[in-house]
Ligand binder design. Structure first.
Ligand code: TYC
Length: 112
């Protein structure tokens, strides 16, 4: 064995160990999403619900009518999926609008 392998130099404290860089995957956790749901009731007019779906959820009249009918028949339907903040805003907008018009329409959100 030659002398250069026996002794570590001052700037070779790891004895020539070649460090392996371990790259960990960056944790890009997506924020949770929330389903915004409309609930059926016996009093809110169908056209009022359709109007809400057009106005606050940007649905076409045809899409809005379909979702309104789904809620009417099944009792509940998801009308959109959003970040927590956007979902809260939608629920507030719908609940305020329904209350102002004295309809008992209920809108809720739930973590997906
Ligand atoms: N069931 C209501 C009616 O017959 C219509 C309705 C649909 C109400 C959807 C609420 O989220 C709702 N007038």
């Amino acid at each position: 064995m030659s002398a250069e392998f026996v002794h570590m130099s001052a700037d070779d404290k790891d004895g020539g160990d070649v460090g392996v860089a371990v790259q960990t995957r960056a944790r890009t956790k997506r924020p949770p999403l929330y389903k915004v749901m409309l609930l059926n009731d016996d009093y809110t007019p169908m056209e009022f619900v359709v109007h809400i779906l057009e106005r606050f959820f940007g649905l076409s009249h045809t899409q809005a009518f379909e979702i309104m009918l789904t809620v009417h028949k099944k009792g509940v339907a998801v009308v959109g999926v959003f970040s927590h903040e956007i979902a809260e805003t939608k629920v507030t907008q719908v609940m305020d609008f329904a209350r102002r018009h004295q309809h008992p329409l209920q809108c809720t959100m739930e973590k997906e």
